[in-house]
Write a protein that binds this ligand. Structure first.
Ligand code: DGT
Ligand code: CA
Ligand code: CA
Ligand code: ZN
Length: 575
C-alpha cells in the first residue's frame, strides 16, 4: 500500500501528542507539529521524493530527525518512535488532550497520579470527587472539567440512525461499483443499531490497484476531505456527517470488521480476554506469538477466544462476553418475526394517508393484523377523535373485517393520558375496543414522582393495553420526561399490560436497557411503527434494531404472536 502524506502527518501529530504528555523538550514537540502541518500542505507526495532519493531537509519545516522518520514511515509503514511511545502510554490517553482547558500538563498528572486513561475514566473520577485532591486541581477545577467534558460531547453532533442509514446505503453502493472492490461494509455504531450515530465508519476490501480511495474522496456529496491516506481516509458530507473509510486486506477483514464495529468498551474487554489466553487481538487479526490464528471472519475472531459469535447490537460490554462464553446468548428477534403492528394512524386523525391506503400498505408488508389507533379528542392539534367519530371508525373496521380475510384490523385508540392520570375517553366507549394504547403528549415537566404516579394511575384503568413511547423523548427536539421506568415496568407486570418500543427513529423509546428490564420482569414489548403514513411502516426495522440492542427475543415481543394469540393477550387487558 502506498503511504500518503496524510499518513505521515497523522503519525507526526500522534508523536507530538505523546511527547507533550511525556513533558518532552518543547522544541522537539513543535518540530513534529510544524512537520505535520507542512507535510499536509505539500503539493507533492513524499513517497515520490523518497523514491527519487531527494534531500527532504530542503522542504520547509523538515529537519534531519523528521526527514529520517519520513523515510522510515514510507519504507516500513510506521515509526519505531511511535511504537515505543505506544508501549508507555495507552492510546486513549490522547483523547484527553481534546478536552477544552485540560492541556498536556494536566493530562499527564491525571494519567500518572490517578491512572485516568480515557474520557470515561475522567468523567468518573470527577464525579467521584477524586480529582480535587490532586495538588493544583481543587474542587472548582473538578467542576470545570465536568463542564468541559459536556461541552466536548456537545460539539460532537450526532445523527439519527435513519439519516445515517440512508447516506450509508448510497455510499456503500457507490463504493461497491469501484474497480477492484471486493467488499464494502458499514461498521461502527450504525452496525450496532445505535439510535444516534456520531460518524460513519466504512470498511473496504479491495485489490492492490483499486482506485477506491481516490473515488471515495471524490464522492459527489463530499464537502471537505479531512485526510487521505493509503489505508485510511476521512471526508465530511454536505450535511456535516463525517465518514471514515478503512481499507483492509481480505485476511484481516473479520478482525477489522470486529474492531471497527466496536463498541470500544466491548473491544477492550475482548482484548483483555484474549490476553489472558495468550492471544493478541487487533484490527489485523488474532495472533499467538507472531502467528496469525484468526481474522478472516468475525466468527473466527470470537471463536479464537472461546466465544460464540456475538451479534453487533449486543456489543456494549453489558454481559454479552460472559454470556457468549457460557453459550447462553439470546436468539435475537428478527424483522420477519413481526406478524403485525399495534399502533398506526390514518387521516382520520393526523396520519397523512387514508384508511384504505394504510391498510393496503400494511398488507403489502406481509402483516396479518394491524391496529388502527387514532389520537383521542383532547389532542386537538392532531385531529383527535371524539367518541362518536371513534364509534364510526369501529363500524368501518367491522365492515372491513367482514369483507376481507388476508389482514385483520383491530379496533384501537391512542388515548391521551391526562395530567392526573385519567384517560381522555369514558369506559363506556373504551370497552368496545380491541385494545387501548395510552400515551402522554402534554405536561412533560412534572416531577419524577408525579409523572410516575400519573402513568401508574393510567395503567390502573379497567381498559389499558399498551403504554406507548414511555419516556417521550424526541431526539434533537425534546429530552425524556422524568419517570421511574423500572417502577412503570413492574406496574405493567402487576397489571398485565404491555409496553411499547416505538420504532419512529426520532423516538426509539423504550431504551435498550429498559427492554432488558421488561424482559427480566416478563413484560411483553410491542414493537410498533406508530405509522402516520404508508412509508413509515419501514421504521419497524429501527425498532427491531433497538429491540435487539435490548436483548429481546421473538417470544419477548407481543406482535410476533399469531392473530389468535394476540387477540387473547389483548383481551386480558380489556376488562
Ligand atoms: P459513534 O461514531 O460515536 O456513533 O460511535 P462508534 O462506536 O462508531 O465509534 P467510532 O466511530 O469512534 O469508532 C468506531 C469503532 O472503532 C469503535 O466502536 C471501536 C473502534 N475504535 C475506534 N477508535 C478506537 C480507539 O481509539 N481505541 C479502541 N479501542 N477502539 C477504537
Ligand atoms: Ca462511528
Ligand atoms: Ca469513526
Ligand atoms: Zn401514535
Amino acid at each position: 500500500m502506498p503511504i500518503y502524506n496524510a499518513d505521515i502527518a497523522d503519525i507526526f501529530d500522534e508523536i507530538a501528542d505523546y511527547l507533550e504528555i511525556e513533558d518532552e523538550n518543547p522544541f522537539r514537540i513543535r518540530a513534529y507539529r510544524n512537520g505535520a502541518r507542512s507535510v499536509r500542505g505539500l503539493g507533492l507526495e513524499l513517497r515520490d521524493l523518497v523514491e527519487q532519493e531527494q534531500d527532504l531537509t530542503r522542504l520547509s519545516g523538515i529537519g534531519k530527525e523528521l526527514a529520517a522518520k519520513i523515510v522510515e514511515i514510507i519504507n516500513t509503514g510506521s515509526a519505531r518512535a511511535l511504537i515505543k511511545l505506544h508501549e508507555r502510554i495507552p492510546e486513549d490517553v490522547r483523547q484527553l488532550l481534546k478536552i477544552p482547558n485540560l492541556g498536556p500538563k494536566r493530562v499527564r498528572r491525571l494519567y500518572r497520579d490517578l491512572n485516568i486513561q480515557s474520557i470515561e475514566d475522567l468523567t468518573k473520577a470527577a464525579e467521584d470527587g477524586r480529582i480535587r485532591s490532586l495538588a493544583g486541581f481543587g474542587k472548582k477545577m473538578e467542576t470545570q472539567i465536568l463542564i468541559s467534558i459536556e461541552d466536548f460531547a456537545g460539539q460532537q453532533k450526532r445523527y439519527k440512525i435513519s439519516i445515517v442509514r440512508t447516506y450509508a446505503d448510497s455510499l456503500v453502493n457507490y463504493l461497491e461499483n469501484v474497480n477492484g472492490v471486493q467488499q464494502v461494509t458499514a461498521a461502527g455504531s450504525l452496525r450496532r443499531s445505535k439510535e444516534t450515530v456520531g460518524d460513519l465508519d466504512i470498511l473496504v476490501v479491495a485489490g492492490k490497484d483499486s482506485p477506491v480511495m481516490e473515488r471515495f474522496v471524490k464522492y459527489e456529496d463530499v464537502t471537505r476531505v479531512l485526510s487521505r491516506g493509503s489505508t485510511k481516509s476521512s471526508i465530511v458530507l454536505r450535511n456535516g456527517l463525517q465518514v471514515d473509510l478503512r481499507l483492509v486486506e481480505a485476511q484481516s477483514y473479520g478482525a477489522a470488521l470486529q474492531y471497527f464495529t466496536g463498541s470500544q468498551t466491548h473491544n477492550v474487554a475482548l482484548r483483555q480476554l484474549g490476553r489472558r489466553k495468550g492471544l493478541k487481538i487487533n484490527e489485523y487479526g488474532v495472533f499467538k506469538f507472531e502467528e496469525r490464528v484468526a481474522g478472516g471472519t468475525e466468527q473466527s475472531v470470537y471463536e479464537s477466544v472461546g466465544l460464540t459469535y456475538i451479534p453487533p447490537e449486543l456489543r456494549e460490554n453489558r454481559g454479552e462476553i460472559e454470556a457468549a462464553g457460557e453459550n447462553r446468548l439470546p436468539r435475537l428477534i428478527e424483522m420477519q418475526d413481526l406478524k403485525g403492528d399495534l399502533h398506526a394512524h390514518t387521516d382520520w386523525s393526523d396520519g397523512r394517508n387514508s384508511f384504505e391506503e394504510m391498510v393496503a400498505a400494511a398488507q403489502e408488508k406481509g402483516m396479518t393484523y394491524l391496529a388502527i389507533t387514532e389520537h383521542s379528542g383532547r389532542l386537538t392539534i392532531a385531529g383527535g377523535l371524539s367518541a362518536d367519530r371513534l364509534q364510526a371508525q369501529m363500524d368501518k373496521i367491522d365492515q372491513y373485517n367482514d369483507k376481507h380475510s388476508n389482514i385483520e384490523l383491530l379496533k384501537g385508540i391512542e388515548v391521551e393520558i391526562l395530567e392526573d392520570g385519567r384517560l381522555d375517553l369514558t369506559e363506556d366507549i373504551l370497552g368496545r375496543l380491541d385494545l387501548v394504547v395510552g400515551s402522554i403528549h402534554s405536561h412533560f415537566g412534572l416531577s419524577q414522582q408525579q409523572q410516575t404516579e400519573r402513568i401508574l394511575r393510567a395503567m390502573d384503568h379497567r381498559y389499558f393495553s399498551i403504554l406507548a413511547h414511555p419516556s417521550n423523548r424526541s431526539i434533537d427536539e425534546r429530552p425524556p420526561i422524568q419517570v421511574d421506568m423500572i417502577k412503570v415496568i413492574q406496574a405493567a407486570r402487576d397489571r398485565g399490560c404491555y409496553i411499547e418500543l416505538n420504532s419512529n427513529p426520532k423516538r426509539l423509546d423504550l431504551y435498550d436497557t429498559y427492554c432488558q428490564a421488561a424482559k427480566a420482569e416478563g413484560v411483553l414489548v410491542a414493537v410498533n411503527s406508530d405509522a402516520h403514513s404508508v412509508n413509515s411502516f419501514d421504521h419497524l426495522r429501527y425498532g427491531v434494531g433497538q429491540a435487539r440492542r435490548g436483548w429481546l427475543e421473538k417470544q419477548d415481543v407481543i406482535n410476533t404472536r399469531s392473530l389468535a394469540e394476540v387477540k387473547k393477550l389483548l383481551k386480558k387487558t380489556m376488562g
